[in-house]
Design a protein around this ligand. Structure first.
Ligand code: ADP
Length: 159
């Protein structure tokens, strides 16, 4: 039986920190569904299609499926027959909201486990927000995002 997990997030845009979590999760699961969130209360820099396109380009060769969702994550996971939700943890600041979401999701469906993958030291500072801020100021993004994503950021900010 294929062990399937879902990796949800904004991925606005996908960073090397996201990719590191993804690759490590693929050592545990056969296949990962990357679920790009479309939350109407969030202000994204990239559209869902742009975010999906960047993920597609930078995950070539990995056993992933890329989709988007805008409803309840647990319903999306069930529909895709995933048995686990993957989330990354960077700092204590991530913990509180992740803890709440994991408990809520367990209440909604006790059969779907949330699995946390601890960031690598070199990526503990890395977030999509910091990358966007750096790109908006014309800073180099060495090692933070794949070169395709860097190109897309430059286009957005016209540097
Ligand atoms: P969300 O808006 O759902 O938090 P993000 O795209 O910011 O979406 O993050 C998606 C997931 O990836 C989250 O679980 C987040 O903690 C994790 N993540 C993001 N950046 C890193 C990183 N540098 N190291 C480890 N996990 C990360």
């Amino acid at each position: 039986m294929t062990k399937l997990a879902i990796y949800p997030g904004s991925f606005d845009p996908v960073t090397n920190g996201h990719l590191d979590v993804l690759k490590r999760a693929l050592k545990i699961f056969d296949k990962i569904i990357i679920a790009v969130g479309e939350n109407p209360n969030k202000n994204y820099l990239f559209t869902a299609d742009e975010r999906k396109d960047m993920i597609k380009k930078v995950t070539k060769g990995l056993n992933v499926e890329i989709d988007h969702f805008n409803g309840l994550l647990i319903d999306f996971a069930k529909k895709g027959k995933a048995t686990a939700i993957i989330r990354g943890l960077r700092a204590v600041s991530d913990f509180d909201s992740e803890f709440q979401a994991a408990l809520m999701n367990r209440k909604l469906d006790p059969n779907i486990e949330t699995i946390f993958i601890m960031t690598r030291g070199m990526y503990c500072y890395l977030s999509s927000s910091i990358v966007k801020e750096a790109a908006s100021l014309g800073s180099k993004l060495n090692g933070m995002v794949p070169s395709y994503v860097e190109k897309k950021l430059r286009e957005k900010f016209k540097h």
